[in-house]
Design a protein around this ligand. Sequence first.
Ligand SMILES: [Fe+2]
Length: 192
Amino acid sequence: MTVDGGGMIEQLEVAWARSDAFFEILTGEGVWLERPIGLRHPFVFYLGHLPAFAWNQVGRGVLGLGHHHRTFDVLFERGIDPEEASSADDVAAWPEIAAVEAYRDEVRARIREVAPQLRALSGDALAEGDRVLHLVIEHEQMHHETLMYMLMRLDPRWKQRPDWLPPRGGGPRRRGGPRASLHPRGPGHGRR
Ligand SMILES: [Fe+2]
């Protein structure tokens, strides 16, 4: 992996937008608690896990800024799946989706705000060349794969066709989408 320290926030924004594009496929009350792969957490975990990892690495870890949200930083930090499907967490323990989305948006805003501080740190291997931002991007991308597997296994009644896909039978994309294509070489997105 090349660590050049340039354009990292832009690359992070692409990764974030792609995460959002996956979640836009979900529809229906209760879908966030669905666990289409028994040994994986429900979708709500990944909604919170991505920002929790980002803050715990960048904010709490390298920059030493402390918790952003004491409860969510801890609740969503562990990516250890239940050893058995039957031992999965009580679904009632998961917070409201609106609160998790707000946490995600707040963390993204703070990452944008504090990222320049990484350049001021010397002697920290994770700060050097914004290496920790590479780590966050890679983590986001790794869970894109997780989400793809989960979406493939999810019952179709919980899925909607997102705006960023062309209508069935071809033709142009509808207006307003996509925020991010799931295909890096798709029109208008991620040509790299
Ligand atoms: Fe993870």
